[in-house]
Design a protein around this ligand. Structure first.
Ligand code: CO
Length: 296
């Protein structure tokens, strides 16, 4: 019996503490009814390349034009990039910092829109931050929108958008190779899934990854199999930043351009990130629209 009491006491104490915390939570709001205040938080990986800012400015302008009455905030998930920008005097919030700011400014409904390409590691970290704010109860509603590649509808729109990126000068027998970022995360499978769907329309369109599957060696062997002698290289990343500049189109021996050129394949490069194209931005915006629709 004594032993049982000993086991019970911590349980009772824990319950009392939880109840006390809940009471403080209610008292903390002073029982006042807040007016609905909706905000948008756009979350990108980030880029420190000044040239890459065009992509973010394009998205920012499109979101503000679509929802002129809703304040728009930004956050970058990459700490390295935020710190690099800070040294240049540019301050950018992390998602948690931005949400804390929005809570302080008494937003009640927050639409967090991921500007990532896939639901990889960065996106999953973001789901945890959004989940934490949800459980803290600062907002009446906080919802996270899908990244670019998500539902089958979005995948089909992404295939259309990929084809819109291909320059008109490209001839039918020339291959098109997109460079995705890639990841160790299971969501890397979205790249070959998108390539499969793109190849239903044009078998000479390839999507590789600089840090995932398929790698340039695999892409190269497929190009060789098809006896391709000219390739168009394009980034499949929201910004044409460091990877596009160096790993894709750079002059170093291990860039995709160098590897393919070395193998006798002529390379044309296009330096424009997906977020510079309306057809891609529209996909992210459709995910945001879906989130805002929940608030109505
Ligand atoms: Co990278």
């Amino acid at each position: 019996m004594k032993k049982m009491m000993k086991q019970l006491i911590p349980a009772v104490l824990a319950t009392v503490l939880v109840l006390a915390a809940a009471t403080v939570g209610v008292a903390g709001s002073h029982g006042t009814h807040k007016e609905q205040k909706t905000g948008i938080l756009l979350v990108a990986f980030g880029s420190s390349e000044p040239g890459a800012q065009v992509s973010f400015e394009n998205i920012d302008a499109k979101v503000k034009a679509a929802w002129p009455d809703i304040p728009v905030y930004w956050a970058y998930t990459s700490r390295i990039i935020r710190h690099k920008l800070a040294r240049q005097g540019k301050h950018l919030d992390s998602p948690a910092m931005a949400l804390a700011r929005m809570a302080d400014e008494q937003f009640t409904h927050v639409a967090v829109q991921s500007l990532h390409t896939i639901a990889g590691a960065e996106y999953h970290d973001l789901t945890r931050v959004v989940g934490a704010f949800k459980s803290m109860g600062d907002f009446d509603q906080i919802i996270l929108g899908h990244p670019l590649l998500a539902t089958q509808t979005a995948m089909e729109k992404a295939v259309d958008a990929l084809f819109e990126m291909i320059p008109e000068k490209r001839k039918k027998q020339e291959a098109v190779v997109f460079m995705g970022h890639g990841t160790h995360h299971p969501a890397n499978a979205f790249y070959p899934a998108l390539m499969f769907q793109a190849q239903q329309r044009d078998p000479l369109v390839f999507i590789g990854a600089v840090e995932g599957y398929p790698e340039i060696d695999e892409i190269h062997s497929w190009l060789a199999e098809k006896k391709i002698n000219t390739v168009w290289l394009l980034p499949f990343m929201s910004v044409a930043g460091d990877h596009a500049k160096n790993d894709m189109a750079g002059d170093e021996a291990d860039s995709w351009k160098s590897i393919l050129s070395e193998a006798g394949i002529a390379c044309h490069t296009v330096m424009k990130g997906t977020a510079e194209y309306d057809s891609f931005v529209d996909i992210w915006l459709s995910h945001l629209e879906e989130v805002l629709h929940h608030f109505d």
